[in-house]
Design a protein around this ligand. Structure first.
Ligand code: ADP
Ligand code: MG
Length: 671
């Protein structure tokens, strides 16, 4: 089947964009497909063209009326026959759409997911099977993301009725975990996975550790050069966006943009940026969705974003014209702490939510007065209801009143969301702290393994000499000696934790040591990875592991070291702590003693048996991190067990007796 002539005739495009053709071919042939490509890459065509090729009617599920209307309008403009069914249309329109579907006079039927819950509707669809089923924005299926839609979760229940049509799921933001979730929830059959296009070859990504107080000055100085503009600066809060915009506006055409501004101001800022009257927008995350500006040269983040997905989406707004562009991320340890406190605020412990959930009844009630009854302030209670609603355990009416639903099992969903959010944050921290090719790391994050194998050549890791936010220099002769000494230690122990390497070295302070280590990594002589273990107190401790590379191993003592080190500002240098007063960080896990190793073995075996019985993977019982914590703490009683992070009442109820028995050295009860 040659799809190219059909593409030209139907859509008037001269050719396929990268990666579109094989995807279209698979779908046209009737295969289930999961397609992950960035926003704007042209995913819609990948269901639209096959739909035309397969004839019949394609069913398209879309989470937003605006998206549906936009796609339907584009298809209609191309002369295709389209109908929509969503809450923004009249009953008559819906009825007419159903008729058109049943008599086969339309090529595309767009529906909102909740429509499938309407009794009789799925059966109506099944009377005349669709030729293809497209699920747009498929990540909404995942109970973790902020876009979660409970109605997406149940989509999979209706699909068997509509088969044998191929199912194509489309999304821009799925990490490998979410991808698996989509495939499982939709019951996709042997799907072809296409994960493409996350590599941006014209984007130089820089990640720089910079103390907070220096960032505004850096941004002002950097954006002073005309070639760096137009630019979008992402600030972490409305206040910071206002302050920085004000400062920049003294010399440049800059303005702030955030949700705290009125709609008219926001619209004006967006329009002026679009048409070039404004050169710089300092925005919170609210900016950029509707922006279609091809020549953005720079994206600056003045603080650590909350997830790699959001970060990637934001830097993706630079260089759509394919000309060289730059993304600069400024961060420091302080950013991590800020995120931690946000996290605690936004994700209350499940026990607190429980309390709030119990106060709900089948009648709609005013959230503030419920809060007053429970002695919880309005913001906190609002966040709690939001969380419950996201899990389907609460429902709002038009006046913002709230009531309980009959949904059970929201706790597991919420915990999964919590863990997912935590993992997102950790991934972002890991990205910012791990010296490696930035573009490869991003591409790998989205599961595109093929795309991740090639270094980009112009990020701060691949090309430190062209970095702008951080200048680099060659080592001094003292540093050169330190570097050689580190390599000598590593040749004896080629894989070790950074802490142990530091202890074994004679480098004066940890900060200089970290710089030397990063320099060795940039030069390809070592690789650094961040690893974690759970200490006996149940706290997760992350540490850096250093591995000598082949190149490092073969480097002779007389060979020149091509290591570049960051030039430090005086302020940064002043923060060095000498060796004597540093607190020893808890680093790599201590090795197990003989009896601990034995316990680990027994716990593992039991976990495996338990998981097999439940038909679930082993981590379903508990993760390796928890396993290690159990081995170290060896809890003998349920209260002791409950002090271990990751073991809640549910797990304790289910497995507690057995775990404690195993830790006491007894056989598992009932085994
Ligand atoms: P996504 O869903 O991946 O974010 P869209 O499907 O909305 O992206 O496509 C983005 C834009 O690219 C649309 O305006 C679409 O018409 C255009 N487009 C898609 N495929 C092609 C193509 N082969 N040639 C030219 N333009 C295309
Ligand atoms: Mg789309």
């Amino acid at each position: 089947m040659d799809l190219l002539p059909l593409l030209r005739a139907t859509f008037g495009f001269p050719g396929f964009r990268e990666n579109q053709e094989p995807v279209c071919r698979s779908v046209a042939e009737g295969r289930d497909v999961l397609l992950v490509m960035p926003t704007g890459a042209g995913k819609s065509l990948c269901y639209q063209l096959p739909a035309v090729a397969r004839q019949g009617t394609a069913l398209v599920v879309s989470p937003l009326i605006a998206l549906m209307d936009d796609q339907a309008a584009k298809l209609a403009a191309a002369g295709l026959r389209v109908a929509r069914i969503h809450s923004g249309l009249s009953r008559d329109d819906a009825r007419q759409a159903c008729r058109a579907y049943l008599d086969g006079s339309i090529q595309f039927l767009f529906i909102a997911p909740e429509r499938l819950r309407v009794p009789g509707f799925p059966e109506m669809l099944a009377r005349r099977k669709p030729s293809l089923i497209a699920i747009d924005e498929a990540h909404c299926i995942s109970g973790w993301g902020h876009d979660f839609r409970p109605d997406y979760r149940t989509l999979g229940d209706y699909l068997p009725l509509l088969r044998p049509a191929p199912v194509i799921a489309l999304t821009a933001t799925a990490t490998p975990t979410v991808q698996q979730d989509i495939v499982a929830q939709l019951g996709m059959i042997d799907p072809a996975l296409y994960i493409h296009g996350f590599r941006r070859d014209n984007l130089a990504v820089e990640v720089v550790e910079m103390p907070k107080p220096q960032r505004a000055e850096f941004v002002a100085a950097f954006l002073d050069a005309p070639a760096t503009r137009p630019a979008i600066v992402y600030a972490p809060s409305r206040n910071e966006a206002n302050d920085l915009a004000l400062r920049l506006a003294a010399k440049l055409h800059a303005a702030a943009y955030h949700a705290g501004l009125d709609a008219a101001t926001r619209e004006r800022v967006q329009r002026h940026f679009q048409d070039g009257a404004l050169d710089i927008v300092v925005a919170t995350i609210a900016f950029g969705m509707g922006i279609d500006k091809a020549n953005v040269r720079t994206i600056v983040h003045t603080a650590l974003p909350g997830s790699v997905e959001a970060y990637y989406q934001e830097i993706g707004r630079a260089g759509r014209d394919t000309l060289p562009s730059r993304a600069i991320l400024l961060h420091s340890f302080a950013d991590r702490r800020i995120h931690e406190s946000f996290f605690e605020r936004d994700y209350p412990p499940v026990e607190n939510l429980d309390k709030v959930a119990r106060a709900l009844t089948a009648e709609f009630q005013d959230p503030d007065s419920l809060g007053a009854k429970l002695l919880i302030d309005p913001d906190t209670i609002a966040r709690a209801f939001e969380k419950l609603a996201a899990q389907g355990a609460a429902q709002f009416d038009m006046e913002g009143r709230v009531r309980a639903t009959s949904a059970t099992g929201w706790r597991a969903g919420y915990k999964a969301q919590l863990e997912h959010r935590r993992a997102q944050l950790n991934a972002m921290i890991h990205f910012s702290e791990t010296p490696q090719c930035r573009m490869s790391a991003l591409v790998r994050h989205f599961g595109d393994r093929a795309g991740a194998s090639r270094p980009c050549g112009h990020c701060d890791f691949c090309s430190p000499q062209t970095a702008v936010a951080q200048k680099y220099r060659g080592p001094t002769s003292a540093e050169e000696r330190d570097l050689q000494a580190l390599l000598a230690i590593l040749k004896m122990t080629p894989s070790t934790s950074a802490g142990r390497l530091f202890d074994a070295s004679s480098v004066a302070d940890r900060r200089s040591f970290d710089h030397l280590l990063d320099g060795l990594a940039r030069a390809g002589l070592v690789t650094l990875s961040s690893e974690s273990w759970v200490n006996p107190l149940g706290r997760e401790v992350t540490y850096r592991r250093v591995n000598l590379t082949e190149e490092g191993r073969h480097l002779g003592i007389a060979d020149p070291l091509c290591v570049l080190l960051p030039e430090e500002s005086d302020a940064t240098a002043a923060r060095r702590r000498p060796r004597a007063d540093r607190t020893q960080p808890a680093e790599a896990p201590p090795a197990y003693t003989g009896s601990q190793a034995e316990l680990e073995q027994r716990l593992r075996e039991w976990r495996k048996a338990e998981a097999t019985q439940a038909g679930k993977p082993a981590f379903f019982v508990f993760s390796d991190a928890i396993l290690r914590a159990l081995v170290h703490a060896a809890p003998q009683t349920i209260p002791q067990l409950l002090t271990i992070r990751g073991i809640g009442p549910n797990k304790a109820d289910r497995y507690g007796a057995t775990i404690c028995a195993l830790c006491r050295g007894e056989a598992a009860p009932g085994a």
